[in-house]
Design a protein around this ligand. Structure first.
Ligand code: FAD
Length: 414
């Protein structure tokens, strides 16, 4: 039975918890040039030690929060949630954003994509085994979808799962798996029937990332860090109880994850410039003596306006989710508006900083922006590329004709 608590009483309880356990966030309304950190990276470069200590700090906060009853407010009580409505979760999130808490980015994919998929398609055994631990920060989850020959065309994936009694034996390769090196479990999408049409022969599973036969190899990205990986599966055994949804029903499961991914990327960054806050941009333009340049002002205004539009688009999409409706093409629109604005920001930075972007002179707040610019292309690819999202909006929102398919090779057509 969910507790009968009013929003006002809940707010009081949450505020007391936050005040006792975290410092209020100091609102930055204007930057003083040269003071504080000039870290603006989109996919920051971190050493394994930095990643690990950040993970542990995030975990400690999540455990404290969960044990106080604020870790999974709208989740079902049967699996460790508090059983309150989504409005309570929103209320808490809003309150917590006013406090300094440890970064929880290592848990983002697990909570943003894998946990909602487990909640929607997992067996009771899997829900019991993992959901509580995920929301408490005890374990980290990753998403094992992309393969060397299957990215945008995810349904072409070839990682094979063959049933052997009560188990499945998985062999194949995944790539671009963010956070696999930190993960305890993964949502892996496999081909279970190669004779069925490609969207119909797939099945999803929850895999133990420490199981024999799982090998994780880091990939270095152009921002300098190595936040994603190649993952090799060699005859990895997964119990049938860890299957997500029906055998060969994996496409539905994958869509649940992908829609949540777009919501997490588009919504999680406020829809504006993401980490590239406008206040910082304004200060940068001023400091470089371009505050009165009409073209730069126009570029800056464009970013601010589009940031607002993107934020409102995301709020609309979030409201739909909050009302219990399935996330739809709005999520694609939200993600696209965010990345389009990031691209505008990159263009402004190039105009304003010119050679200071590529030569490290040691001047505060200049070369550091190269880390932001190098991370932006990744955001345009992750969670559905810009081109794929344009296709979705064209076809499913505007009702335009489907894009032409390549001709079927003669041999395959026979
Ligand atoms: C930062 C980052 C994190 C990631 N994290 C994960 C993760 O955790 N787990 C995971 O499984 N994957 C992850 N990925 C992989 C990501 O999902 C894929 O990179 C993405 O789906 C694109 O696939 P691809 O790289 O194979 O490119 P491709 O699909 O080969 O596309 C190459 C180019 O062709 C274009 N293109 C392809 N098809 C069409 C079409 N029909 N119409 C028009 N243009 C088209 C694309 O837009 C792109 O420009 C991550 C990627 C990034 C950048």
């Amino acid at each position: 039975m969910a507790e009968g608590i009013s929003e006002a009483a809940f707010e009081e309880e949450a505020r007391a918890f936050l005040e006792a356990n975290a410092e209020p966030r100091v609102e930055v309304t204007s930057l003083v040039w040269g003071e504080g950190s000039d870290e603006v990276a989109v996919l920051p470069e971190k050493s394994p030690e930095e990643e690990f200590s950040e993970l542990e700090a995030g975990r400690a906060w999540m455990q404290t929060r969960f044990d106080a009853g604020f870790g999974w407010i709208s989740g079902p009580e049967a699996y460790g949630g508090r059983g309150l409505g989504r409005s309570f979760q929103r209320l808490y999130n809003e309150l917590e954003s006013g406090f300094e808490t440890a970064p929880q980015s290592a848990f983002g994919i697990g909570l943003g994509m894998v946990a909602p998929t487990i909640a929607a398609h997992g067996t009771d055994e899997v829900k019991e085994a993992y959901l509580r631990k995920m929301y408490r920060g005890d374990i980290v989850g990753c998403q094992l979808f992309s393969e060397p020959e299957a990215g945008s065309d995810l349904a072409s994936l070839q990682t094979r799962a063959v049933q052997d009694g009560d188990e499945w034996i998985v062999t194949g390769q995944k790539v671009w798996t963010s956070g696999a090196h930190l993960s305890d479990i993964g949502e892996v999408m496999c081909r279970t029937d190669p004779d069925l049409p490609k969207h119909k022969g797939l099945t999803g599973f929850v895999v133990d990332m420490k199981a024999p036969g799982v090998e994780v190899r880091p990939l270095r990205q152009m921002t300098g860090g190595a936040s994603f990986n190649e993952v090799f599966f060699t005859e990895v055994r997964i119990p049938d109880s860890h299957r997500l949804g029906d055998v060969n029903g994996g496409w539905t499961v994958a869509l649940t994850t992908l829609m949540n991914e777009r919501a997490a990327i588009g919504g999680g960054m406020g829809g504006g410039g993401g980490g590239l806050g406008t206040q910082r941009l304004i200060e940068l333009v001023r400091h470089q003596g371009l505050g009165k340049d009409p073209l730069v002002r126009q570029q800056l205004a464009d970013i601010i306006i589009n940031g607002r539009v993107a934020a409102y688009t995301n709020l609309r999409a979030m409201a739909k989710v909050a009302a219990g409706q399935l996330p739809g093409p709005e999520m694609s629109l939200g993600k696209l508006t965010l990345t389009a604005n990031m691209l505008r920001t990159s263009a402004l930075l190039s105009t304003v900083l010119g050679p200071k972007l590529v030569a490290d002179s040691g001047e505060w707040g200049t070369y550091a922006w190269s880390q932001a610019i190098l991370g932006v292309p990744g955001m345009r690819i992750a969670g559905g590329t810009d081109e794929i999202l344009h296709n979705i909006i064209g076809e499913r929102v505007l009702g335009l004709p489907k894009e032409p398919q390549p001709p079927v090779p003669v041999a395959a057509a026979r």
